[in-house]
Design a protein around this ligand. Structure first.
Ligand code: PGA
Length: 252
């Protein structure tokens, strides 16, 4: 059975004190059930947030890692360092990294491999911009991102990867993909994985939806057969919204 996951992406928000407070509240409210909850915090929060996590279903993640293993790369943070804080997950290829920091598929592929080498689970993001959807190229764009980012991984590595489909036009805009649009793309991604790695692997891959997911639409999105949870930005910054999304699974 593939895992149900709700991951919060705090982005560049929260002081250390505020982040610890939020993590404490989430830790208190998370129920030990079948949903995996991940807090993807800024780098500097990681080890402190790790100290407040006591629940077996709550995990820590970073939002990025370096494409280099170690050495003279001022300002960078390596996958090994992230792992050493107690984190289990790392977001790779978020659209903000792709667009503002010009991270291309080949670089993201290096990051995925370094994450895996250091026992981190990559949450690999893909998604089209509005122009690409309007031009009818969205399916091709997402397929290319996944092929280039992931498909040279051997099967024993690929099975560890979590995928997040995040249409860029839905991120932070308040306009989420409809349940139909999400399901359509998630199914396409799963079929693509099946072509490359086989049906069983595809069936076991968790594919999350991201982009203006909130308590009011989470249930409708998560009910779809190929939507296995969410990557949550804005709504992960308050415990009530975030837990509202996590708890949407219990209503399904
Ligand atoms: P959003 O962001 O939930 O604020 O739209 C999602 C993301 O960027 O991962």
């Amino acid at each position: 059975m593939r895992k149900k996951i709700v991951a919060g992406n705090w982005k560049m928000n929260k002081t250390l004190a505020d982040g610890i407070e939020l993590a404490k509240t989430v830790n208190r409210q998370v129920e030990e059930n079948s949903v995996i909850v991940v807090l993807c915090t800024p780098f500097i929060h990681l080890s402190e947030v790790n100290k407040v996590i006591t629940k077996d279903s709550l995990f820590l993640g970073a939002q990025n890692c370096s494409s280099e293993a170690s050495g003279a790369f001022t300002g960078e943070v390596s996958a090994q360092m992230i792992r050493s804080t107690g984190a289990d997950y790392v977001i790779i290829g978020h659209s903000e990294r792709r667009s503002y920091y010009h991270e291309v598929d080949s670089l993201l592929n290096k990051k995925v491999k370094l994450a895996l080498e250091n026992d981190l689970i990559p949450i690999f993001c893909c998604g089209e911009i509005l122009k690409e959807r309007q031009a009818g190229n969205h399916i091709q764009v997402v397929k290319t991102q996944i092929k280039n980012g992931l498909f040279d991984l051997p099967v024993e590595d690929f099975i560890k990867v979590v995928i997040a489909y995040e249409p860029v036009w839905a991120i932070g805009t308040g306009v989420n993909a409809t349940a139909e649009q999400a399901q359509e793309m998630h199914k396409i991604i799963r079929d693509l994985i099946a072509d490359r790695y086989g049906n069983q692997i595809a069936d076991n891959t968790s594919i999350l939806y991201g982009g203006s997911c909130k308590p009011s639409n989470a249930k409708e999105l998560f009910t779809n057969p190929d939507v296995d949870g969410g990557l949550i930005g804005g709504a992960s910054l308050t415990s009530s919204d975030f837990m509202g999304i996590v708890n949407a699974f219990t209503e399904i």
